[in-house]
Design a protein around this ligand. Structure first.
Ligand code: ADP
Ligand code: MG
Length: 213
């Protein structure tokens, strides 16, 4: 696959929803350790709403599709993660523009724009124990793979791997952003729920590219 069309992008979004539903209890468990035990419910409510929207018709352009995902997440998820994931998709859509497909470089630019949007909104920095700690290494790994000559499949696989490493590295950290930061030192010793769901986002992207339906 040389580029992602709207059908492949919507297959990614669908895989992400399925993965979130499957891991819903685990995400909730992670959030019960350092938050308010709603991350699984938040993400699964949001992604179910996204799929209901897409089921009524997949938009024709990449930006309309990604903006629909973003707006639905912002309007259906009350927690911190709704506006943050919503911003990711809205910004990805803005960067992608009214194209009908994204090649590897365009996907990289969209992901970078989405990450920048999350930072603009939530002000997270590396090591704050947030979704940033999985997403930033994933986007960096994607770019580095492309620079090294990798194709879309290899670059998305590298991104997924980097996200998982970033997620695992949140375990010993003391949270400095979001609800988990209220716990101070007691937030150490647990994975960050948002970094866990972000890893699912990149794993399902790699799967959608590797096994197009
Ligand atoms: P809430 O914290 O409102 O209950 P969720 O439980 O759905 O929302 O999401 C919590 C996740 O949101 C955290 O695990 C963290 O990854 C992410 N998060 C919280 N605040 C920020 C922030 N300022 N920047 C980036 N990510 C954040
Ligand atoms: Mg929560």
């Amino acid at each position: 696959m040389a580029s992602l069309d709207t059908a492949t992008l919507s297959a990614w979004i669908r895989r992400f929803r399925d993965s979130i539903s499957e891991k819903r209890d685990w995400l909730t468990e992670l959030d019960s350790a350092i938050g308010d035990a709603d991350h699984g419910a938040n993400m699964s409510r949001g992604m179910d709403a996204v799929i209901a929207k897409i089921d009524s018709g997949v938009p024709d352009t990449v930006d309309d599709l990604l903006k629909t995902v973003g707006m639905t997440l912002v309007s259906s998820v009350g927690g911190a993660s709704g506006p943050l994931y919503g911003t990711l998709f809205l910004r990805m859509g803005m960067v992608a523009g009214p194209a009908t497909e994204l090649d590897a470089a365009a996907l990289g630019a969209a992901l970078r724009g989405g990450l920048d949007g999350i930072v603009a909104r939530g002000k997270a920095e590396a090591g704050d124990k947030t979704m940033f700690d999985a997403m930033a290494p994933a986007v960096d790994a994607f770019d580095a793979a492309l620079t090294a000559g990798a194709d879309l499949e290899a670059a998305t696989a590298a991104a997924a791997q980097a996200a998982a490493v970033g997620r695992d590295a949140t375990e010993p950290l003391v949270a400095r952003k979001g609800r988990a930061s209220y716990l101070g030192e007691r937030s150490a010793g647990h994975l960050d729920p948002g970094a866990a769901s972000t890893t699912l986002l990149f794993e399902t992207l790699a799967q959608a590219v590797a096994e197009p339906s």
